[in-house]
Design a protein around this ligand. Structure first.
Ligand SMILES: Cc1cc2nc3c(=O)[nH]c(=O)nc-3n(C[C@H](O)[C@H](O)[C@H](O)COP(=O)(O)O)c2cc1C
Length: 196
């Protein structure tokens, strides 16, 4: 069995078990119909007031100028592996509602959920997603011309699985070590909050 397959305590979808966040991606562009399906999946995500506050700035490696512009926004540690991925992007949330311009305190939540939709659509198509907090918001704003009213929230890479050999030595082991999680009982509260 793949060491990255989740060892679950209850039955879950195979898609969820098999998803993980690799650092080594194959040197292969993502077909344009698949890229379209990824963002179609994000499109049909639920959101507060159906506001759909998600925006994505992305580039594939065949547009080297656009790709490098996004890569430059990542922290160096993430750049060192992210550059193996064929597609790179920044996920952005509109921070006020379209219908009344009031602050949308669920915008980041909705963006995260859209990313989850995208991630599972990716898994169904044999693609992997690795999200990152390690990027510079300032660089993203200036390099990518993200205007006020929009928050660059996370970066992401997407691609087919590659060989760990492509990675710097200190990052190879992570590609094959088992994934771990808290037990569900540590975060599920029955009826009322319980100290855990
Ligand atoms: C919002 C967010 C930020 C993350 N930031 C980084 C990051 O900056 N660098 C990195 O290598 N991984 C990052 N990750 C990946 C997590 O470390 C990874 O999802 C977690 O260890 C669980 O592993 P799995 O996705 O393979 O199950 C991030 C994931 C998320 C969802």
């Amino acid at each position: 069995m793949n060491p990255q397959t989740a060892q679950t305590d209850a039955q879950i979808l195979d898609l969820l078990k098999e998803r993980w966040s690799p650092r080594a991606f194959a040197d292969k562009l993502i077909e344009s119909d698949k890229v379209q399906s990824l963002f179609e999946a994000a499109r049909w995500s639920p959101s507060c007031f159906n506001d759909q506050p998600w925006q994505f700035v992305l580039s594939q490696k065949d547009d080297s100028e656009g790709y490098d512009r996004i890569l430059r926004c990542l922290l160096e540690k993430n750049q060192s592996w992210a550059k193996t991925a064929p597609l790179i992007g920044i996920a952005v949330a509109r921070n006020s509602f379209r219908h009344n311009q009031k602050p949308n305190r669920h915008a980041w939540y909705d963006l995260g959920q859209a990313m989850a939709h995208l991630t599972f659509q990716a898994a169904a198509m044999g693609l992997y997603v690795h999200q990152m907090a390690g990027f510079s918001e300032t660089a993203a704003r200036s390099e990518l011309a993200i205007p006020d009213g929009f928050d660059p929230v996370s970066a992401f890479t997407i691609g087919y699985l590659g060989s760990p050999e492509a990675l710097p030595e200190n990052q190879r082991q992570g590609e094959t070590s088992p994934r771990s999680r808290l037990k569900a009982a540590e975060f599920v509260h029955q009826g009322v909050w319980q100290s855990k």
